[in-house]
Design a protein. Structure first.
Length: 327
């Protein structure tokens, strides 16, 4: 049953990719797309398929998978179903660094340095939050509380930088903060894929530790799990995945919150099944959000983050409603 559901997720993702390849401002038939993929030299739409749509689709899949896995790891780390990379300030720190780069160095340095700036901000944010939350060990509750406070401070700093920036930098920053895959190129896809390929196997290798940590520190220690070391590695993997995703696609919120919950409904809470299933669900969320942005409001191309937030915010309220104490 579980294997069948996982297979359905894989098939759904393949179908979603095929649909995205066929739809756009210039609609193309599946046969024409197939010919462009197999023999681009003989196709009139090879440029559209290979240079415009396919890299954008590939980045949507890898970014969505990375954010979803980051959320699944973080929820296991803090034992809180409402946790996501946004909670510990990773997204806000990356956004602040990226906006500061655009405002201060965007006119002198190439925009190709933007992902490095955002990733550096994400890593620095995680280190600051970790240092502030540390007190004779790493408490999940302190980590969340410090992360929320740091995220609020970083968001305020981002707003201040935008207000003080010129109009061009401010407009670019707003689009990036919303989360956009517009004009994606293959180098960005390659770099994002490398991050995912490097961190995802480590995350899968920690599946047993994630299941043990979900039972509590005492039980995990009794099962032979090094609790502190496991938390540090889980936190590092979550930060690396979320930071890289934000660096290449901007502020896509709520993916790390929604995807693990939807995946858990299909395959259960076992980490060995939850992590890869969350990756598939997250990939489809971002892919369909970007597809809506491309085709729903033609000729405009809207950022995918608008549609992700439109789904994620009500879902977050629903989770809060379910988690309310009952009398």
């Amino acid at each position: 049953m579980i294997a069948g559901r996982f297979t359905l997720l894989v098939l759904a993702l393949v179908a979603s990719v095929a649909l995205s390849l066929c739809l756009g401002s210039f609609a193309t038939s599946p046969g024409a797309v197939w010919r462009a993929l197999l023999a681009p030299a003989d196709s009139d739409i090879a440029f559209i398929v290979w240079e415009l749509r396919l890299p954008r689709i590939a980045l949507a899949v890898t970014v969505g998978a990375a954010l979803a896995v980051a959320g699944a790891l973080l929820q296991a780390l803090v034992r809180n179903p409402l946790a996501s990379p946004d909670v510990i300030g990773v997204t806000s720190g990356a956004a602040f660094a990226a906006v500061a780069f655009l405002a201060l160095a965007g006119s002198t340095l190439s925009v190709a340095w933007l992902p490095l700036a955002a990733l550096s901000g994400a890593l620095a944010s995680a280190l600051v939050v970790f240092a502030l939350a540390w007190r004779n060990g790493l408490s999940p509750i302190r980590l969340v509380l410090v992360g929320i406070g740091f995220a609020a401070a970083a968001s305020a700093g981002t707003t201040l930088v935008i207000v003080l920036s010129d109009d061009t930098a401010a407009m670019t920053a707003y689009v990036w903060l919303t989360g956009s895959l517009y004009a994606t190129q293959w180098p960005a896809v390659g770099q994002m894929t490398l991050w995912l390929a490097a961190v995802l196997p480590v995350s899968l290798g920690l599946a047993r530790h994630m299941d043990a940590l979900a039972l509590g520190d005492g039980v995990a220690t009794g099962l032979g799990v090094a609790v502190l070391r496991s938390r540090l590695v889980l936190l590092g993997c979550s930060v690396a995945l979320a930071g890289a995703a934000v660096a290449f696609a901007g502020g896509l919120s709520f993916v790390g919150l929604i995807a693990p919950h939807l995946a858990a409904r299909l395959v259960g809470r076992s980490a060995a099944r939850l992590v890869p299933s969350s990756a598939l669900v997250g990939a489809m969320i971002v892919l369909h959000a970007d597809l809506l942005g491309r085709v729903a409001f033609l000729p405009k191309d809207l950022p995918a983050g608008i549609f992700v937030a439109g789904i994620g915010a009500p879902f977050f309220v629903y989770l809060l409603f379910r988690a309310r104490p009952t009398r």
